[in-house]
Design a protein around this ligand. Structure first.
Ligand SMILES: [Zn+2]
Length: 249
């Protein structure tokens, strides 16, 4: 699977910002090579394939440490203030819709309704975990009818056939494309500008033709989206416009 894995903006929405020198090491079955990530809360993490010798990890850290600390310091300087939860409203940049959150109270299982357009009514026992769960489920449901026509139109524009579309809510990637032609999109794209989402869709659809990030792949992306560099950078910063509650535990 080719993923548009935005390594430098992994969203570990940990509220406690790590000190810049506190580098955590995580071993990952999925990782193919050593990588370093700085979260938007300034947390530094090294991801290592399982059984990577410690000496290689240490060498990797000393090579990238200055970069990571600089990034971490920058992230801490712009880290967003804590948000109210449940949110008072949810606004999607992509389609311009805005939803007021109304807490109806009551007991029993947490539930969510849309009594009128633009209103989300939450009822039942609304502890933080249950409230996040119903809001995330709603976000995934809400994303599909917004994404699908955009993806279809973009695919039609370049005569690219994809098999199907899935929507997930991942912490670290905006989209991916499987070798079977399944395009996966992150529900948090709802919080991004249409031009940025269109670039991401072009990027993933182009992977159907080039399952890699080769020079040919980037030439094809550039032909379809001359602005891709600027939009890719904007996407990298895009986690900042995603509400914290989506990824917090
Ligand atoms: Zn890619």
């Amino acid at each position: 699977m080719v993923t548009h894995d935005l390594v430098q903006t992994d969203l570990w929405a940990s509220s406690a910002a790590a000190s810049a020198t506190d580098i955590q090491i995580r071993s990952s079955r999925r990782a193919r090579r050593l990588g370093m990530r700085v979260s938007r809360t300034g947390r530094i993490e090294v991801v290592a394939p399982v059984r990577t010798p410690r000496v290689l990890i240490d060498a990797f850290i000393s090579q990238h440490r200055d970069w990571a600390i600089e990034r971490s310091t920058q992230a801490l300087a712009v880290a967003p203030p804590p948000e109210a939860f449940p949110p008072v409203a949810i606004a999607f940049h992509l389609d311009g819709s805005r939803w007021r959150v109304h807490l109806a109270g009551g007991s029993g299982e947490a539930a969510l309704r849309e009594p009128t357009p633009g209103v989300l009514q939450l009822s039942g026992t609304l502890d933080a975990t249950a409230t996040r769960a119903v809001l995330r489920r709603w976000l995934l449901r809400r994303a599909r009818p917004v994404f699908e026509p955009l993806l279809q139109a973009t695919a039609a524009e370049w005569s690219i056939d994809y098999r199907s579309m899935t929507v997930r809510c991942q912490r670290s990637r905006w989209g991916s494309c499987s070798s079977r032609g399944v395009i996966n999109l992150n529900a948090s794209l709802l919080f991004q500008r249409a031009a940025v989402v269109r670039y991401l869709m072009i990027h993933e659809l182009t992977h159907i033709e080039h399952m890699n990030h080769s020079a040919r792949f980037w030439r094809a992306v550039e032909a379809r989206c001359p602005d891709w560099r600027k939009l890719d950078r904007e996407l990298l910063q895009g986690w900042r416009s995603v509400p914290q509650w989506i990824y917090s535990k």
